[in-house]
Design a protein around this ligand. Structure first.
Ligand SMILES: Nc1ncnc2c1ncn2[C@@H]1O[C@H](COP(=O)(O)OP(=O)(O)OP(=O)(O)O)[C@@H](O)[C@H]1O
Ligand code: SF4
Ligand SMILES: [Mg+2]
Length: 379
């Protein structure tokens, strides 16, 4: 049984202008300890997907109108409010882009983490304080003991994000949802924080979903990637497969727009032309059709299903007529990804990072847990 199984999830916002179909039929699953990246441009429904999983959609105007979310064998959409509160922070933890919205500015760092430990793990005060120091040390806060009674504003952005990771890990969750956790940080700090998140999640066998608009970020972080557009998944694959064999023109656009750390890369940054569709009245066929240079009549007329890509690795699926054959041979739409992104130097670097993740995942065996932490207890 999967840890998380999302089926045909639809979340809508009922506004004065009409119904916003923010998440429109999303299905995926995640096993215990598995890592998944959800990637797409602004407004494609990434955060609404994450918030739906934790039943945090503001209602009104929002509502989960269809679908099911099974977490650890329980139907999240059928839980009462107490049960949902129980899984939030305890079984599923969330890390947001801006820690200041999640950290309480009037509580010391120690209080914020200790409180969760006392509440969920029934630790007494001194035990919780001791554990808090350990957690802060794990996420690399220097002189953690001395900083326990500091307030969030006394920490830098990167340090606050580390505190968020410590908080997220404090109750030994089975799943961490990280929604653009490092977007507000500069690139070097971003890399450090992501590394910590990845290492700790692996150490504690925590599954995580990393949400980002930057397809470059997930390369070194997750085993699988789902690409979202207009409230739908449009391509899903193992991370290595997605970079080696991307099928959807929108995915190519995301690959071309990966920001580079150095100047050359900045110059080469090519945003996808045009704007994402209005989710109140999206285009009738393929949602990417108005922006796609390969579009044909069929793309405008009918939306393709998300189906397995022929001659690709298992589990690689795309929602594009270009991966579907006409009866008797050929493709419904001729695509040419080699000429689109085949010469991107950045892809080589990404592929190296992807290979590293696969190798690390293979090396991670039971017994990796830090000293003093049994697998059953976690942290
Ligand atoms: N409270 C709300 N009322 C109306 N529409 C909303 C509300 N919250 C989100 N939406 C709409 O839902 C869609 C999906 O939004 P979402 O926040 O999930 O995007 P995202 O992919 O996380 O984007 P970003 O990268 O900018 O964070 C957007 O069109 C957004 O305008
Ligand atoms: S279905 Fe057509 S319009 Fe949509 S991405 Fe594929 S080729 Fe482009
Ligand atoms: Mg978002």
């Amino acid at each position: 049984m999967s840890l998380l199984e999302v089926k045909d999830l639809k979340t809508q916002f009922f506004t004065r202008d009409g119904v916003v179909r923010a998440v429109d039929g999303v299905s995926f699953q995640l096993d215990a300890g598995e890592t998944l990246g959800i990637v797409g441009e602004s407004g494609c429904g990434k955060s609404v997907t994450a918030l739906s999983l934790m039943r945090l959609i503001p209602q009104p105007p929002g509502k989960i109108t269809e679908g099911s979310i099974m977490f650890d064998g329980q139907d999240v959409l059928k839980m009462d409010d107490d049960d949902v509160r129980g899984i939030r922070g305890n079984n599923i933890a969330m890390i947001f882009q801006d820690p200041m919205t999640s950290l309480n500015p009037v509580l010391t760092i120690s209080r914020q983490i200790s409180e969760a430990l006392e509440l969920h793990l029934k630790m007494d005060r001194s035990e919780a304080r001791r554990r808090t120091v350990e957690l802060l040390e794990l996420v690399g806060i220097p002189s953690a003991k001395k900083r326990l009674d500091d307030y969030p504003h006394q920490f830098s952005g990167g340090m606050r994000q580390r505190v968020m990771i410590a908080m997220a890990l404090s109750c030994n969750p089975k799943l961490i949802l990280a929604d653009e956790p490092t977007t507000a940080l500069d690139v070097t700090i971003q890399a450090q924080v992501l590394q910590i998140l990845k290492d700790l999640a692996r150490e504690f066998r925590t599954a995580f979903i990393l949400i980002t608009h930057d397809l470059g970020i997930v390369a070194g972080m997750t085993q699988r990637v789902h690409v979202m557009y207009a409230g739908r998944i449009v391509e899903k694959a193992d991370t290595g497969e997605l970079y080696a064999n991307p099928k959807m023109p929108y995915t190519w656009g995301l690959l071309r727009s990966i920001p580079r750390l150095d100047e050359v890369r900045k110059e080469k940054l090519v945003p996808i032309e045009g704007l994402p569709p209005d989710l109140i009245s999206p285009p009738p066929g393929c949602k990417f059709e108005p922006r796609c240079q390969y579009r044909k009549e069929i793309c405008h007329e009918r939306e393709p299903d998300l189906i397995p890509v022929p001659n690709a690795k298992p589990d690689h699926e795309a929602r594009c007529w270009g991966t579907q054959r006409v009866p008797g041979g050929g493709w419904l739409v001729d695509l040419d990804w080699q000429s689109e992104i085949g010469d991107m130097a950045v892809l080589e670097q990404i592929k190296a990072e992807v290979a590293q993740v696969a190798a690390e995942a293979e090396r991670a065996t039971p017994g990796d847990l830090p000293p003093g932490v049994s697998q059953k207890e976690g942290i």
